[in-house]
Design a protein around this ligand. Structure first.
Ligand code: SF4
Length: 163
C-alpha cells in the first residue's frame, strides 16, 4: 500500500520511549500556530513510498523498541498507518502515535488503528501552552495516553514510564 511521508528517522530517541523508528507522515489540515513541522502540512507534499519498504527497514533493526507514527497527521492516512502498526506489533514492537485530534474527537474510522496503538500523544500544539520541559510533547494540553489501559478502564489513563 502506498503511504505519503515527509520523512523517516530510522533510529529516534526523542519521539517516544526507547529507540524508535519514526515515520513522519505527510499532510495535516490543522495549521497550529508555531508548528515545528510546517513542511508536513501539504496533502500533496512529501513523497510516496510503499509501506512494505518501511516494514522491511523496521524488521532489519533488532535494536528497536517500537515505531512512532507522527507527522503531519497520521489519522489522515489511517489504512497505511495501520499497515505499519500491525507489522510492528507482529515484530513484537510497541506503537506510539501522535495526533492533532483529542482522543475523544477521533472519528469512528480511527478504531482499527487505535487497536494497534499502545500510546497516543493527542491534541493540537498550542503555542501559548508550549513548555520545553515536557517529555515527548510540545504543549501542556497534549496528553501521553496509555491506550490499552484507557480502553480497559473506559477512562483516560496516562502513560507512565515505570510500567
Ligand atoms: S497537528 Fe501537529 S503537524 Fe499538524 S499543524 Fe498541529 S503541530 Fe503541526
Amino acid at each position: 500500500m502506498q503511504i505519503r511521508i515527509a520523512g523517516l528517522v530510522p533510529e529516534s530517541f526523542v519521539d517516544g520511549d526507547g529507540i524508535r523508528f519514526a515515520i513522519f507522515m505527510q499532510g495535516c489540515l490543522r495549521h497550529c500556530e508555531g508548528c515545528h513541522n510546517p513542511e508536513t502540512h501539504a496533502l500533496d507534499g512529501g513523497r510516496l513510498l510503499d509501506t512494505n519498504e518501511i516494514i522491511s527497514a523496521i524488521k532489519k533493526n533488532p535494536l528497536l523498541d517500537g515505531i512512532t507514527l507522527t507527522g503531519g497527521e497520521p489519522f489522515l492516512q489511517i489504512e497505511a498507518a495501520n499497515e505499519l502498526a500491525r507489522a510492528a506489533k507482529n515484530f513484537g514492537l510497541n506503537v506510539w502515535c501522535y495526533t492533532g485530534f483529542n482522543f475523544e474527537d477521533l472519528p469512528p474510522e480511527a478504531e482499527p488503528l487505535l487497536e494497534n496503538i499502545d500510546v497516543l500523544i493527542d491534541g493540537a500544539f498550542i503555542e501559548s501552552l508550549r513548555d520545553l520541559e515536557l517529555q515527548f510533547r510540545g504543549s501542556s494540553n497534549q496528553r501521553i495516553i496509555d491506550i490499552k489501559k484507557t480502553r480497559e478502564q473506559k477512562k483516560i489513563v496516562l502513560w507512565s514510564e515505570e510500567i
